[in-house]
Design a protein around this ligand. Sequence first.
Ligand SMILES: N[C@@H](CCC(=O)N[C@@H](CS)C(=O)NCC(=O)O)C(=O)O
Length: 288
Amino acid sequence: MKLGYWDIRGRVEPTRLMLAYKEVDYEYVRYKFNVSDPAERQWSKAVIPNLTTKEKETVWVRIIAVVFERPRPYSEILNLALTPKKFGNHWSKEKEKFGVAFPNLPYLIDGDVKLTESWAVMRYLARKFDLAPTSDCEERDIDMVAGVLQDLIVAIGTLAYAIGKRRRGKREGTRRSPDEPPTLIVITTLSPPSISNFKLLDKFLAGRDFAAGTRLTYVDFVAYEAMDWHRTLYPSIFTDLNNLQYYIKRFEALPTVAAHLSSDKYKRFPIFGPVATWGGKDHDDRTW
Ligand SMILES: N[C@@H](CCC(=O)N[C@@H](CS)C(=O)NCC(=O)O)C(=O)O
């Protein structure tokens, strides 16, 4: 069995956790981002392309507010690197002739089966390794949880890739020299739906060992991953959410999961690709 993805946690990590939990042997094909490309380095030093001078002066980035932790100005929070989103050549070439309907990363090749789409890959493996729901009731529950988790993942991904959300607005940045890109302001906050979703999830898990009840299913692996990203970015996020805290502990205590998390196969970082403003490095680059 072969699993292919970038050398980051991203959308593949729940699948890797599932396979580790089931102690399945597989080949992990790690694609490298093309970060050493000189053109890319040049861009990271240059001004933001395709904008007029006036626009460059007024670029800012804003993630709608909240207020889980007090919003702080960009300068206190993140070191933005203006790097373009560009795939490693290696994957780009393979992608052209990959031979599935929706070529993408992650992918799974299992004998004659070749598939992409992270949720489809997880569900395929869940059916194969007894991590799928076994009743209508379980299925309804975990389908709902999967939907909520998808929202949480998209929300934190949006935050982490804040650089991609350039908006024009009033001037909030300064430049130390005319050659430097305008400083962008990022208000890092978690969106209100994320907070309320975690509260609802906490309530939902009351009296349950795992999302489906007593049985572990594939959504628990996604839930763990989503929660771990959030608590890494916001260490106090689950302080008042005891069911989530116990759930995380229960999950981490599963012997094969615990063994994996402490093995050299597990890397906490990078979580996101190198263009991310947080989580894209091989260490935690949160600066607050
Ligand atoms: N809906 C897809 C999205 C996959 C996706 O966006 N993959 C990103 C990394 S998270 C990628 O770089 N894909 C490579 C490509 O587009 O060729 C999934 O859930 O698998």
